[in-house]
Design a protein around this ligand. Structure first.
Ligand SMILES: [Zn+2]
Length: 468
């Protein structure tokens, strides 16, 4: 690393820590806002604080209608971008120092919601750009720091930015992990919708289904509620006895003609379904053994079970696919709802980089239509792919290796989504180190003052090399 950059950053140390602590004190949860402060007043106050600090350092700044902060420096037709965010997830319980206190422990660790995700990296990047600017070292590309406000919820900040400004030529987002993430699968969230006759005659009537709570998790619980005659009740007990996964099902209640059947599973992130056990799938497979009213629901759910309840690789759906670098398609039916008439199954699909989003949507829609359900897309995010041998990936990897001496860790391909996918030719780069305990979104999120300094140095060197 250039000596002058390192010296400048060392000089900024106390100021940088102070700025981070100040930023941590804003409780920047995404709220419904007003014009000019679309995610609430606190968010906008925090954004303005950051921009004021940047202005004092001599950057050209803009608050883009409360959606995004833009911090520019340097000259050049091409630009290097660094993408961070100030919004946070709720603090939750179990903190040893207050989550919005901006406090430092005796051994020099800064505590607070956002220290790692992503206010710490935001401040580190700001000071990294400052050091380059102050050093007077020549670069052929300019710098643009983009400070977002809606990463945790819906990326509305980035959608707004892209409507008003071009994207930087290349860049990174220190909002995930080192060494870097160069592949992220496409992420499709959608629903299968149906409407059935509310006929309530029969020995077994299915009146409700309820399972899972968020689309991007493998559900660990699901329930079916039936109205049953005595005969119907006997049938269910009998089928249950023969069911291969009977240990995952229990009858929670059986009285006054009502029977509640609960399926238990194991939760996991939908990007790694092999780590979980899908309770909704278990319940759908058991329902296949019964004949119940409404009959049209029974027929359709039996077919649906064939498509989604026997694997998590899209085999039943006929969309299974594996690509060498990005891996396999995954498909998880995660949230099930039925009120006796209206049915919905929320699905999380992660797809390799060589499947075009529109083609996948068409395939899923056709499949749903073929069993009498409607395909309703909720949100589809294209995959992220920056070639491994690209200038961006190689430069960032070398920077990481030079700082850490870790030559073993390789660029990562993941099924999850990071902020980087909001931009073309961006990758996630830091701040988490391989084998480091993950405290993102958990209590006692923290960063040591030394780690903050190291992060600022790595960001600084990466930005400088990319702009040189
Ligand atoms: Zn984040």
């Amino acid at each position: 690393m250039e000596k002058v950059l390192e010296q400048l950053l060392e000089q900024y140390r106390e100021e940088m820590i102070e700025d981070l602590c100040a930023v941590l004190k804003f409780e920047t949860l995404t709220e419904e806002g007003t014009q000019g402060a679309p995610f609430g007043r606190t968010m906008n106050d925090c954004l303005n604080f950051v921009l004021k600090r940047a202005e004092e350092m001599g950057f050209a700044c803009e608050n883009l209608d409360g959606y995004v902060g833009i911090i520019d420096s340097g000259e050049g037709e091409e630009s290097v971008g660094v993408l961070t965010h100030i919004d946070v997830v709720p603090a939750g319980e179990g903190w040893i120092l207050p989550p919005y206190g901006g406090q430092i422990s005796e051994d020099g660790v800064i505590f607070g919601r956002g220290t790692v995700d992503d206010k710490g990296p935001m401040i580190a990047a700001l000071y990294a750009c400052r050091a380059i600017k102050e050093s007077g070292l020549p670069t052929k590309r300019s710098f643009r720091q983009i400070v977002g406000t809606d990463e945790e919820t819906a990326f509305r900040c980035m959608k707004y930015y892209l409507k008003h400004y071009p994207q930087p030529t290349m860049g990174f987002s220190p909002d995930a992990q080192f060494p870097l993430i160069y592949i992220e699968k496409g992420i499709g969230h959608w629903e299968a919708l149906g409407c059935f006759d509310a006929a309530k005659e029969g020995d077994i009537v299915l009146t409700a289904l309820d399972g899972g709570s968020v689309r991007n998790m493998v559900p660990d619980g699901a329930k079916a509620t039936f109205l049953v005659t005595e005969t119907g009740c006997d049938v269910i007990y009998e089928k249950l006895e023969k069911f291969t996964s009977k240990d995952k099902l229990i009858i929670e209640k059986c009285e006054d003609g009502q029977l509640i059947l609960a399926a238990k599973g194991e939760a996991a992130h939908a990007s790694t379904p092999e780590k979980g056990d899908n309770a909704v799938a278990t319940l759908l497979r058991f329902l296949q053994t019964l004949t119940y009213a409404p009959l049209d629901a029974c027929t359709t759910l039996n077919k649906l079970a064939e498509l989604v309840a026997y694997d998590f690789l899209g085999q039943g759906m006929g969309v299974a696919h594996k690509e060498q670098e990005s891996g396999e398609l995954t498909l998880v039916g995660s949230v099930i709802k039925f009120d006796g008439e209206n049915f919905s199954l929320g699905v999380d699909t992660r797809y390799p980089i060589d499947i075009p989003t529109e083609q996948l949507k068409a395939d899923l829609a056709a499949k749903m239509e073929s069993i009498g359900l409607t395909f309703s897309p909720f949100d589809f995010k294209d995959s992220l792919y920056v070639p491994r041998d690209s200038y961006l990936v190689q430069t960032l990897l070398e920077t990481y290796q030079d700082f850490t001496g870790d030559m073993k860790s390789q660029p990562l391909a993941i099924g999850g989504g990071t902020y980087a996918r909001a931009m073309k030719n961006f990758v996630a780069f830091g701040p988490g180190m391989p084998d480091e305990e993950e405290l993102i979104h958990k209590p006692n999120e923290q960063i040591s003052c030394d780690a903050l300094m190291r992060l600022a140095k790595i960001c600084c060197e990466a930005l400088f090399r990319l702009a040189r």
